[in-house]
Design a protein around this ligand. Structure first.
Ligand code: NIG
Ligand code: FE
Length: 413
């Protein structure tokens, strides 16, 4: 019987390895690349992905001569749903104000909270739809999406509902994260009182969220408060995540490992001891080099050291209106190559299989019976994507074996 699509003459087919556990250390440097390959899909699933064969026929035959095919990318850390924008903070930053100083003055996250609260669910939906379509056009078909700009029941749920509505609209896999303890709103009596409020919300948000996350940082939540929150969330059946050691070395990574978090994210300022401990844990270190770049910092997360020490590393965008304003994961792959000194193999594994592990998603591979979500890249080889930065190399994005996004540049003459 005829298949839905056959992609022929693929110059390089990228096949990350399917595993139960996240890839660690040297395993990230192993990546199967098949030259002159064929990919076949039927009923939304992969039928064949391997060396060239003429064995399969299909309704649609695509010639990928001189092009690369990979699984669709996975973005394991985004703040996709938010109101407003913060371009006015650029001048403040240029005048020397730090990220935490802007937050302390009621700007930063808190100004996005104001805009998000003011937006109706429909307005947020329209705005987020655009952000998500852009993100998907860059080859991402699995997305983690956090709340955290509502800081109260009504507005946190509003964000989570928008995220669910878009998952349904596009039929992609999204994972939803409750990030109620993202900042302390002005009206809160104290950090501790607000944290308790967010803990009390956990049973109600459970229906809408897969994960519970917290911002462990100077002036936001301490390590002890983060531990208390993670314990309470686990009791309610959540897997937990943490924004850890983004700016100051508080020890968020240590508490993540101790609490068996599915991921610990940022890790720019993590201690050597905590980074070493990654090797004996299944916690995925999600590094966000685009954020370090955007905040203009010199010190990046030591992903190289974490891998050399046998940790599991993933790379994500952290797309948000303050600390990293891009939903182009390819750009972040380039920053990972330039600043984290990761190899192309490590980078591709870190935005596919390992990113999927960081959010417990079945994605990032193209083995038989996997969901046929893949990208045809208009590049001569897989090393080219992180090399030529800032533009979109994804020419066609296929979802469930069907053409979903066509990015070819058409010029009217
Ligand atoms: O991951 N650091 C906390 N949260 C986001 C930034 C959110 C914002 O600035 O709006 C982050 O960097
Ligand atoms: Fe974040």
């Amino acid at each position: 019987m005829s298949n839905d699509v056959v992609i022929q003459n693929i110059a390089q087919l990228i096949l990350p390895k399917k595993t139960d556990k996240p890839l660690k250390g040297n395993q990230l440097n192993e990546l199967k690349i098949i030259e002159n390959a064929t990919l076949v899909a039927k009923d939304g699933k992969v039928v064949y992905a391997g060396p060239h064969t003429e064995e399969y026929d299909a309704q649609e035959v695509v010639d990928a001569t001189g092009k690369v095919v990979s699984p669709a990318l996975v973005d394991a850390h985004t703040h996709l749903v938010f109101g407003g924008s913060r371009e006015h903070e650029m001048a403040l930053k240029q005048q020397g104000a730090s990220y935490l100083e802007i937050l302390e003055q009621g700007g930063g996250i808190l100004s996005t909270v104001k805009a998000t609260r003011e937006a109706t669910e429909d307005e947020l939906l329209k705005k987020t739809d655009k952000s998500l379509r852009e993100m998907m056009s860059y080859g991402v078909l699995t997305v983690e999406s956090k709340s955290g700009y509502g800081l109260d029941k009504e507005n946190e749920l509003k964000q989570l509902k928008v995220s669910h509505a878009l998952e349904k609209k596009y039929g992609i896999t999204m994972k939803h994260t409750f990030l109620g303890p993202h900042a302390v709103p002005k009206e809160a009596e104290s950090n501790q009182a607000f944290l308790q409020e967010m803990i009390d919300l956990l049973p109600e948000v459970k229906e809408y969220a897969d994960f519970a996350d917290i911002f462990c940082e100077t002036g936001v939540f301490t390590v002890d408060e983060s531990r208390e929150y993670m314990k309470a969330a686990k009791e309610q059946g959540f897997d937990v995540k943490i924004h850890a050691d983004e700016i100051d070395p508080l020890g968020g990574l240590g508490v993540a490992i101790e609490q068996g978090a599915i991921s610990a994210d940022h890790l720019v300022a993590s201690s050597e001891e905590d980074k070493q401990a990654l090797k004996d844990s299944d916690t995925v270190a999600v590094v966000l080099p685009g954020t370090t770049f955007y905040l203009g910092k010199d010190q990046y997360a030591d992903a190289r050291g974490m891998l050399d020490n046998n940790g599991a590393v993933a790379i994500a965008s952290d797309f948000n209106p303050g600390s990293n304003v891009t939903n182009n994961l390819q750009m972040v792959m380039a920053i990972a190559a330039l600043k984290l000194k990761l190899t192309p193999n490590e980078i591709w594994n870190a935005v596919t299989v390992n990113a999927a592990k960081a959010i417990d998603a079945d994605a990032g591979t193209l083995e038989q019976d996997d969901r046929a979500n893949f990208v045809i890249w208009n590049v001569p080889n897989y090393e080219y994507v992180p090399y030529h930065y800032g533009i979109n190399h994804a020419e066609y994005v296929y979802k469930d074996g069907k053409l979903f996004i066509d990015n070819r540049i058409e010029v009217q003459q």
